[in-house]
Design a protein around this ligand. Sequence first.
Ligand code: ZN
Ligand code: ZN
Length: 433
Amino acid sequence: MNTATVLPMLDPRLVGEHWENYEGTSSFGVFWRATRLNHLHRRDLRSFLHLSLRAGDDAFARLTRGIPQQAALRFSFPKSEFIEKSYWRPEEWWPFGGPMPFEQMSWRLRVCPVCARSCYHSLLFQMPGVVCCPWHGVALIDACPKCESPLAVDVQRDLPVGRCRCGHDLVDYVASVVGEATVRGHKHTAIEDHLQRAASSRGRTWLIAPEEFDDRAWTALHWFGNSSQKTGTLLSERVELDHSVRFTSSRVGPKSGLESAQPSLVALPLEWFVAFQRIGAQLLAMVPREHLPTLVGPASDMRRAFGQLPAFPGSREMYLSTEVLDRSVLRCAGLLAAIVANSTGRRTLVQPGLRQRIWDNTHGLRLVDALVRRILTRGYADGLRVALGRHVPALYDAQHHRPVRRLPWVLLDLPEGELPSARIGWTRQRGTF
Ligand SMILES: [Zn+2]
Ligand SMILES: [Zn+2]
């Protein structure tokens, strides 16, 4: 018989019932401190915390979103005031309107190395734009400071949370007994401040995530959360409306066909054609000269370059073959077009909350038009390059002209009584297409 089965019979009390210095702690933080203070191993979790984690489980993800796991922790620490304030719900901390994109972004544990000494973790550290601990001012980490392997909760190997395989331990037992009292006031202010700002931002913004998982999601999310955070793998665009132009004729029609988000031929405002034409001409100009005679006659002969004409003008509208667009780009534009469409398009695309906010804002529909145009033109430029790269592999040799695949993350800002705006973060994807 081993200790894991004997201990419950002795009915010992768990160490660490006082949480005064742990305001804002996450469910994971509670788990962390409880397991470290009480030296709990995986087999003890059920008896002591009424919690079961399977080998191979991502404990951080489970504790963030798992209802039974959180209920178990509440049961183990019933009288703690920190539970009442729903600090365990990521949605309370999340600063953007719309559903949280759990399926599209990674959810990697981030800690403050100073807070980690006392096993303190808050969902605040997981939020877009938060890259430093607000009360210690030190950069948050998601890897071991000594060997740089990712911070992991290794249930399988029964490694205590905060201790790395290399032996480095972020946790100090004594510091975890009482927590850090000196930063209590500062912590309280920073948490209240963040929660308030996040709630007000959720009321006026809306985040549209790409449909697929994006391992570079955080480059866009951090930029949305804090404009000074930008990396070379992100292409950032701002879409702003002009005060002077109150009405625009270049509107996406209610029957554009774009709202289906299926590869097809869609009808767009004729005024947009010039932009698409310029993109095509620029692209053909990029093709190394020696490839030009065999591929195309005049530089504008898009039809021969692509075997079809991806964009062409009609008498009242222009037409765009959306086959050339990346799936995620088409879906993003389709979701926006569904807001103005007669029929609401594919059921899965409709986000009723977003639709409501757009229609409630005086200039909401104008913003949608400007956004659709920006997304389609950028998506067209990227998509054409990928398509052409298949015929002209030499495009890959030139660093500057390399075909790339980018996923659009869109944050709309619809403040009441002010002009709406949006930001698009295009995350550059790895690989050759
Ligand atoms: Zn800290
Ligand atoms: Zn390490």
